[in-house]
Design a protein around this ligand. Sequence first.
Ligand code: PLP
Length: 395
Amino acid sequence: MKFSDRANELRPSAIRAAGKLIASREGCITFAQGYPAAELMPVREMTEITDDILGSRGEIALQYGMTKGNEELLKEIVSMLAKSGIKCEPKHIQVTTGSQQGVFLCAMLLLNKGDTVVVENPTYLGALSSFTPLECQFAGIDADSEGMDMEALEQRLAADSSVRIIYVVPNFSNPTGKTWSLERRKKLLELAVKYDVMILEDNPYGDIRFEGTPVPSIKSMDETGHVIYLGSFSKVLCAGLRVGFTVSSEKTADIFEVFKQGVDLQSNEFAQVQVAEYLRRYGLDDQLERIRSVYRRKRDLMIQVIDEEFPACVERTHPEGGMFVWIVLPEGTDASVLLEKAVREAAVGYVPGGPFFVEPGHENTARLNYSAGSDEEIVEGMRRLAAFFKKELEG
Ligand SMILES: Cc1ncc(COP(=O)(O)O)c(C=O)c1O
């Protein structure tokens, strides 16, 4: 059978490859998956809600619905966003099958073959997977602890008229856990307006802040329609329901609706009704409090072992929220080569950082997830990793 060029060029995801390797080793503790904590799933509440929906309006919830999204859910999203400073109406929203689909719809909306997508170095791997089939090019811009280097970004925008998208994860980024300062967000918006380029603000982790002061979203400051905002209930409620959304201009939302008809007709109606009912009954505040307190504890456990037991040559980020710590090993180290050894010899795994960059040369990095494991697994797994790195990096 003859596949398309894009199918032939597909490479398996590094996270999936790491996951497979780790799963093949019995007793291996993994920091590779970006899963929310299983113990925080609102199973009791969802059981009650599901029974009530089936009892009261099952024939509606199990039926096809509107491509744009379930009406009750659209209203709940509007009021949820208003609390975080984003003013919008249902006509600006498109419900998506996870925010992952939002990234893909934006790629369909904005990219022609050969166009350029600017991303932060490093960036979310799943976004690269959504953009790649559109046959675009990537430009990676370095970032420090406050966000993307704005001088480098402006140079690129001034020199390259093929840039169509600047994709950013400004809160507790996947993979680094870093957050952008307010100044960088304002500057990014200023540059996007000046060069007339769209910003995709992907914000699945913004509400999971357990330290520091919240920073306004870029969308909340957008007066010219240069930001498409991507939200998700995956990290704050139930990832398996696959409910996310985009916020954009009305015209863009209308185009998303037409694209989505061709992709999947609509997102799961029953899941949308479940999320809407959860929000109506409980709101998100209590669930977020639970998530924040558990993730803070888990982050503390992870960084405590890094600080006390890892070789001093290993650097780490200090996430104030979200689910990931990013580590930098000495120059010349290849974290993917070490992963194979770590899994085999120390029964512990992580995701090598190289694939999160659009250019080679960052193989000495790795992403560690702290949300999924139990406290005991985090401490034991990190100790195994500490002993392994000591042996490998200090001889
Ligand atoms: C930055 C970022 N964007 C989008 C997604 C996709 O999330 P979902 O499709 O579950 O909403 C993820 C998942 O890990 C992510 O980290």
